[in-house]
Design a protein around this ligand. Structure first.
Ligand code: CAA
Length: 381
């Protein structure tokens, strides 16, 4: 067992870090303050292969493995967590179900432009009364002449507005419990498909997050994604991979907060010496570095299992809960190390503190991750 990164993984880290430092570092504060993510970044990231990392080249992807994808999301999020999640939603939540369950026509029409960063994707699962409890969704799709008619609404949809293609889940048979949902592909601009006002969020303020409204949206039959009635399974399997993206985003936030703290501890002098010479600060840095390393190992292990096509739901949930709690804890300690300065927008740890929180909530709360882990343990997986 060799736990060292390969030469290819090192090269990917170096390439994405160079992009993040050159293009995102100068913009990250402004993206947070203005809630505006410059859309031209999508094309630039597409040209680098970042919008379709873990997809076959035949489908327009970069042909990289899942570990490479996790490294890329970590490196983007180390500098700008909004960019990290926009990229992760495109790859994991929209690209993956399309690549996996879509047919050749859907790949041509929707997947290729998504992986190229030309037409981004979004994932419409959450509803006002169906957050953790996915199967209680109330959006319906009923059979109509040429396909399906959608009615209902979604909430907290990342990339909404920015995206052109939406993977949307709806009830097609309310009596069939977990076999009553189906996934559909919707396009921005379809008649009756509305995108609401962006949420005013605590963190990841550059990543748009809006409600979606469906009022008699006519979706053609060829836009059904995967088998009718398989939507719950499609949603869950998609989230398994998505959780690795969010774990990597959390890891990147933690790394950014740690690096800023390490530098600050050596620069900032109190009582005539750098604060980093105090054991109280050293122990914080040591614990941050250790929990970051453990998060990365958990993420890369789960990513390898996914590449090997082995079961990895439990490992992805472990990686997500551990990395997101590490991010929140590390960002809190980073603010503490920075003292009063850390509480101001002049220092990046203030943004890391706000950005970290969502990683414990979206794509399954920490409580849901522990449920997934425990359910698998009890089943002997
Ligand atoms: N892969 C394949 N099948 C799965 C599965 C998985 N990961 N998880 C469950 N299933 C199957 C089960 O095996 C079961 O199949 P059978 O009926 O054949 O036995 C079926 O699905 C039902 O499973 P459960 O009884 O476990 O379902 P549940 O209703 O109790 O829900 C849950 C389980 C884990 C709580 C699930 O609802 C869940 O993950 N909830 C969290 C939702 C979530 O993460 N939302 C995030 C929204 S997207 C987002 O946040 C995006 C963003 O902003 C960036």
């Amino acid at each position: 067992m060799d736990l060292r990164p390969s030469a290819e993984h090192d090269l990917i880290r170096q390439t994405v870090r160079e992009f993040a430092e050159r293009r995102l570092r100068p913009l990250a504060k402004q993206i947070d303050e203005t809630h505006h993510w410059p859309a031209e970044l999508a094309g630039e990231m597409g040209d680098l292969g970042l919008m379709g990392m873990n997809f076959p080249t035949e489908l327009g992807g970069a042909g990289a493995d899942m570990v490479s994808y996790c490294i890329a999301i970590e490196e983007l999020s180390r500098v700008c967590a909004s960019t990290g999640v926009i990229c992760s939603v495109n790859n994991s939540l929209s690209g993956w179900p399309l690549a996996t369950y879509g047919n050749a026509d859907q790949h041509e029409r929707y997947l290729r432009p998504m992986l190229a960063g030309k037409k981004l994707g979004a994932y419409g699962l959450t509803e006002p009364n169906a957050g953790s409890d996915v199967v209680s969704m109330q959006t319906t799709a009923t059979k109509s002449g040429k396909g399906w008619t959608l009615n209902g609404q979604k909430l907290f949809i990342t990339n909404a507005g920015l995206a052109e293609t939406y993977v949307v889940f709806a009830q097609t048979d309310k009596t069939a419990a977990h076999k009553g949902q189906t996934a559909f592909l919707l396009e921005k601009g379809m008649s009756g498909f509305g995108i609401g006002k962006p949420e005013d969020k605590l963190g990841i303020r550059g990543a748009p997050c809006c409600p979606l409204f469906f009022e008699n949206v006519e979706v053609p039959a060829e836009n059904v994604l995967g088998p009718v009635g398989d939507g719950f399974k499609v949603a869950m399997k998609t989230l398994d991979g998505g959780r690795l993206g969010i774990a990597s985003q959390a890891l990147g936030i933690a790394v950014g907060a740690y690096e800023a703290s390490l530098a600050y501890a050596q620069e900032r002098k109190q009582f005539g010496k750098p604060i980093g010479s105090n054991q109280a600060i050293q122990w914080k840095l040591a614990d941050m570095a250790t929990r970051i390393e453990a998060s990365r190992l958990l993420i890369h292990k789960a990513a390898q299992l996914k590449d090997l096509k082995a079961p990895y739901s439990k490992e992805a949930a472990m990686a997500k809960v551990f990395a997101s709690e590490t991010a929140m804890w590390a960002a809190t300690e980073a603010v503490q190390i920075h003292g009063g300065n850390g509480y101001t927008k002049d220092y990046p740890v203030e943004r890391a503190f706000r950005d970290a929180k969502i990683t414990e909530i979206y794509e399954g709360t920490s409580e849901i991750q522990r449920m997934v882990i425990a359910n698998n343990l009890l089943k002997g997986v």
